[in-house]
Design a binder for this molecule. Structure first.
Ligand code: NDP
Length: 461
């Protein structure tokens, strides 16, 4: 090492940054990682992990109700928000500690400070002003809630950063937005007992998802007691006595205890000093990178949500890992961003991989679409009005499975496993040749014989 204080300086100890730092260190690089908040990043501290814990908490509400159909008598159950918040805090502190311990075990130097870039090989720790020279710099600063929605008084609202730690559970909760965060919180908060209103600008939630999933989830949200205001965004929020008063475009008004803004996230690049390296940001503030996570400045790299490509934890982890192998392990492998499975943790949840029916129609004129919609077995005795929907989108000439979409219990688990088959280019013939596992919901995936819809030359036949 000549003239550099470290081989690799990582800004941001979230999913992508910590993985890159650890793997770089394992290749023998000297590594320093800077974090201004808590080790673990959005996913561990105020994203996927606490969200899933709250989803588990919320599902007990259904379990208690459903138990009666199976012969149980459950005395009236009560829920303690503060207890959940405290238990969540304990778990994410434990996980953050593990992330820290793993970094230290790998020999990574951790600095608890904001860091900025001063030039292609120079960074500064804001806490003490120290300047360091690094052979390579990685920006892995993630994204933050975008609060710039066109609604006066929006500063009265909270974001997903704050909702986990509210001192009181809101009785009346308005959620603005119709994406991942909005529907996940609508579903879970309604089950925990809040009266939830979901207001979004589109005609249906989850733009870009398969239409059957969007429709099925809409029904499920309504069944959970969520009030849906499609295409009816609030245009103002005002402090009212002990509440926040929202005025909607249709002239209606309503009071809420809390308002959650869930209208997307923006890459955290403000004030990072990237202009000192000549890096031009994209329209959303993201850092443009090539297949090897390099920016237009060869010594500066970026991974994860700050690049605004596929904003999911496992993608950031893979990008960080592959980058470290590339810079310090001699690997030339690039990340494959195709067929990334994802889930929406509503109840029931959505699991998906590959193309929606609408997206498939753009590039594949001849399609077979298989849809199975049925009442899950558990609902027969519980009496719950719930639907499971499984869908396969298949390219007719090659029989290749292009898309899997599931709305139902454990849909995320199904999507993860089917993603392996799809990555191996499985065809519908392979699905048909696979023996069913009975009685499961997933068995429908290998027993659907007749297409529900066929498109030939782009036309529905
Ligand atoms: P999403 O991109 O999922 O959804 C944003 C929502 O906000 C959409 O309904 C969008 O409407 C709406 N919106 C955006 N701008 C405006 C505006 N100016 N006025 C009104 N409405 C607006 O973002 P989220 O914040 O929910 O989540 C951020 C990202 O985090 C996700 O994209 C995902 O990558 C990740 N995430 C993943 C999860 C998972 O894997 N389970 C869970 C949570 C987050 P429209 O559709 O009309 O554009």
């Amino acid at each position: 090492m000549t003239g550099f204080d470290v081989d690799f300086f990582v800004i941001g100890a979230g999913s992508g940054g910590t993985r890159a730092a650890r793997i770089a260190a394992s290749h023998g690089a000297s590594v320093m990682i800077a974090e201004e908040f808590r080790i673990g990043g959005t996913c561990v501290i105020r994203g996927c992990v606490p969200k899933k814990l709250y989803v588990y908490a919320s599902r007990f509400a259904d379990d208690f109700e459903d138990a009666a159909g199976f012969g149980w008598h459950v005395a009236s159950a009560t829920f303690d928000w503060q207890k959940l918040v405290a238990a969540k805090e304990q778990e994410i502190s434990r996980l953050s500690g593990i992330y820290r311990a793993n970094l230290l075990k790998a020999g990574v130097d951790i600095v608890e400070s904001r860091a900025t870039v001063l030039g292609p090989h120079e960074v500064q720790l804001i806490q003490n002003g120290r300047k360091l020279r690094a052979r390579h710099i990685l920006v892995a600063t993630g994204a933050a809630p975008d609060l710039g929605v066109n609604c006066s008084g929006h500063e009265l609202a909270i974001s997903s950063n704050e909702i986990f730690d509210l001192p009181q559970q809101p009785e009346r909760l308005l959620i603005i937005g119709g994406g991942y965060i909005a529907v996940e919180f609508a579903s879970l908060m309604a089950r925990l007992g809040s009266k939830v209103t979901l207001a979004f600008r589109a005609e249906a939630v989850l733009r870009g998802f398969d239409v059957d999933m969007r429709e099925g989830l809409t029904e499920a949200l309504l069944a959970a007691g969520v009030e849906l205001r499609a295409g009816r965004m609030p245009h103002s929020l005002q402090r009212a006595e002990g509440a926040i008063a929202a005025s909607f475009g249709d002239g209606s008004m309503a009071d809420y205890d809390q308002v959650l803004l869930a209208t997307g996230r923006r890459p955290q690049t403000l004030g990072l000093g990237l202009e000192t390296c000549g890096i031009k940001l994209g329209h959303n503030g993201q850092i443009p990178v090539d297949a090897h996570a390099a920016t237009s400045c060869p010594s500066v790299h970026a991974v994860g949500d700050v690049t605004d490509r596929i904003n999911l934890t496992p993608v950031a982890i893979r990008e960080g890992h592959v980058l470290a192998d590339h810079l310090f392990g001699g690997s030339t492998v690039a990340v494959d961003h195709n067929l990334v499975p994802s889930a929406v943790f509503t109840t029931p949840e959505i699991g998906t991989v590959g193309l929606s029916e609408a997206a498939a129609r753009i590039a594949h004129p001849d399609l077979d679409v298989y849809v199975a919609a049925f009442r899950p077995m558990r609902a027969t005795l519980s009496g719950r009005a719930e639907k499971t929907i499984l869908k396969l989108v298949v390219d007719a000439p090659s029989q290749r499975v292009l898309g899997l979409h599931v709305l139902g219990a454990d849909a995320g688990e199904m999507a993860q496993l089917v993603a392996i088959a799809m990555k191996m280019r499985a065809s519908k013939v392979d699905f048909d040749a696979t023996m069913a596992l009975h009685p499961t919901a997933a068995e429908e995936l290998v027993t659907m014989r007749q297409p529900t819809r066929r498109y030939r030359q782009g036309e529905l036949i």
